[in-house]
Design a protein around this ligand. Structure first.
Ligand SMILES: [Zn+2]
Length: 115
């Protein structure tokens, strides 16, 4: 059975060697699992043990590094969707702006130190 992403409008499939990773719904944690379902914006959606979401729906701070590999945090909730979720789309843009301004500040400080 191919691994595909359950998010609306996302056509990511599991491809060997790809940067996109897939995560199963945390069915052993019903509270967390229901957060994942509501974040999808699907009504009456019941995830099965084979239902997966791809890594593109998780913010960078949902992951932690371990021996150079990226692991999803145990309490991570997917928040990044490009379709059907007006609110999270805004959040996505906002975090992008935050990252850019952080980069800008870093550059600014480097220039400041050199002169
Ligand atoms: Zn996806």
């Amino acid at each position: 059975m191919p691994v595909i992403c359950a998010a609306i409008g996302c056509n990511n499939k599991f491809v060997k060697g790809s940067d996109i990773r897939f995560y199963r719904f945390p069915l052993s944690k019903p509270q967390l699992s229901s957060k994942w379902v509501s974040s999808l914006g699907l009504k009456n959606f019941v995830p099965t043990p084979n239902t997966c979401l791809c890594s593109e729906h998780f913010r960078a701070d949902c992951f932690r590094d371990y021996n150079g590999k990226q692991f999803l945090r145990e309490d991570a909730v997917p928040t990044l969707y490009t379709h059907g979720h007006e609110g999270t789309r805004t959040n996505h843009c906002f975090s992008y702006v935050q990252i850019s301004s952080l980069l800008f500040l870093t550059l600014f400080f480097k220039v400041g130190l050199n002169t």
